[in-house]
Design a binder for this molecule. Structure first.
Ligand code: TRP
Length: 450
């Protein structure tokens, strides 16, 4: 099947893992995870999140990479090859559309991270600064020009990496950015947990309160696990196609998930203790990062430095994830139109400039345009997370579990018998992919609808 594999591939398994970790660690970890923990009973949410990630998400991640590496090429092509049926190409197209929708609001938030990185570098959040962070955030994001310029800047930075290609762009920048990101978040974590009064935040994170954990929390935990690991949108199918035949997919899936989860936990330790030390409400919602934190920085010793480090980390996390979303769309377009990488990437950038701008305006002048009570920005987030990613995940597990079958699955994860994977582990993973995952995904999808 190698003839379908793109020549521009990851140089090593480590390159693939770095890029996939880059995709997984994103705004989801720094921006979504801490406030979901805050709203859903602290450690209770974390425990359920960990269990769902280990039981359901890791096998799905593996299933995606199996399809990608076995099929090669863009998602639609990979689906068609592994199933031998033309109609399955639709699953790949769905992944491309999902990425386009996620990317449309992702670039807006990406633009905000650039703005806040600049504000922090201009020393706006130093200790003692007097700011009204809520008014500041509201005024900026509801504007019509400035946030759009920032999101176009964000698109531009991402497109440069995509145009450089898989090896020189994605792999090289991921290998550089990921270690930086871990160092940054650990530094902020150390500052945060050494604040007086930080203990309450740690307790909050690690002492379960099942009374505020509801059934909705369970759905939120699964949705977050999907979003954070970039599942159900063909990310690992795309990256799987660039993965060397000799690499151990099972181990890689585990490393990617563990790194992502570990990062989310450190992010929690970096944010929650500070939130508690300053007596702020932890379940603030999405404003936590852009409203609550700047306010806290201005009150905390070394706040200015921390704000620079934090917003730089947020930016790195956003770019590396955006790269993967962008790559799914670009590689799909390359295979559909037969155009070169640079041309395809430029077309994607143009489309995103339009869709991203509309999303950005939905925070301001277009805020009155709502579908079922949600503005365009929130609606895209809601539909992609709750319907498209779950449908994508369902198609992936059906494809591997019911169409490819156990022999092809085992052949791929053992690379034709050259990599040792214990028989029991392979059977267990396949069992989850074939029976457990489809039932869990379908059940949650139905529950979200009713
Ligand atoms: N995982 C990213 C985050 O946590 C978001 C993301 C990147 C994503 N690529 C994706 C989500 C592909 C779904 C599909 O922020």
């Amino acid at each position: 099947m190698t003839e379908h594999r793109s020549k521009d591939s990851f140089t090593s398994n480590f390159g693939m893992v770095a890029a996939a970790v880059g995709s997984a660690i994103g705004l989801g970890n720094l921006w979504r995870f801490p406030y979901l923990v805050g709203q859903n009973g602290g450690a209770a949410f974390i425990i359920v999140y960990l269990a769902l990630t280990a039981l359901i998400s890791i096998p799905i991640l593996l299933a995606e990479s199996v399809i990608g590496r076995r099929g090669g090429g863009a998602p639609a092509e990979a689906y068609r090859k592994v199933t031998g049926r033309k109609g399955w190409g639709t699953a790949g197209i769905l992944g491309m559309i999902t990425c386009l929708m996620i990317m449309s609001f992702y670039v807006v938030v990406g633009g905000w991270t650039i703005k806040y990185m600049m504000l922090s570098c201009m020393w706006q959040f130093h200790r003692g600064a007097v700011i009204d962070s809520a008014a500041m955030f509201g005024a900026f994001t509801s504007g019509s020009i400035s946030p759009i310029v920032y999101s176009i800047t964000f698109i531009f930075l991402t497109i440069v990496i995509i145009m450089l290609g898989v090896q020189k762009g994605i792999e090289r920048t991921s290998k550089l950015m990921m270690p930086m990101l871990f160092v940054l978040i650990i530094l902020i974590g150390i500052r945060s947990i050494t604040l007086p009064g930080a203990k309450a935040g740690i307790e909050y994170l690690f002492r379960p309160d099942f009374s505020s954990f509801t059934f909705d929390s369970l759905l939120a935990a699964l949705g977050q696990s999907f979003f954070s690991l970039s599942l159900g949108a063909c990310m690992m199918i795309t990256y799987g196609a660039y993965t060397p035949r000799s690499s151990n997919l099972t181990r890689s899936a585990a490393i990617i998930s563990v790194s992502d989860t570990f990062f989310a936990l450190i992010a929690g330790c970096a944010i929650m203790p500070a939130v508690f030390a300053f007596g702020v409400n932890p379940s603030q919602g999405a404003g936590l990062v852009f409203v609550t934190l700047p306010q806290i920085f201005t009150q905390m010793p070394l706040g200015g430095v921390c704000s620079v480090l934090f917003f730089f980390a947020l930016f790195l996390a956003a770019v590396s994830s955006a790269v993967s979303l962008f790559e799914v769309i670009t590689s799909s377009l390359m295979s559909i139109t037969g155009k070169k990488r640079t041309t395809s990437a430029a077309i994607v950038a143009l489309i995103l400039t339009v869709t991203g701008s509309v999303c950005s305006l939905s925070q301001g002048v277009l805020s009155g345009v709502t579908v079922a009570g949600l503005n365009i920005f929130d609606q895209l987030d809601y539909v992609s997370s709750n319907f498209l990613m779950t449908t994508g995940g369902l198609l992936t597990v059906i494809c591997v579990g019911w169409i490819m079958g156990k022999d092809a699955f085992t052949d791929e994860i053992t690379a034709g018998g050259t990599i040792r994977v214990s028989k029991n582990l392979a059977s267990a993973l396949f069992f989850v992919i074939k029976y457990i995952a489809p039932v869990v995904i379908a059940t949650t999808a139905i529950l979200i609808i009713v």
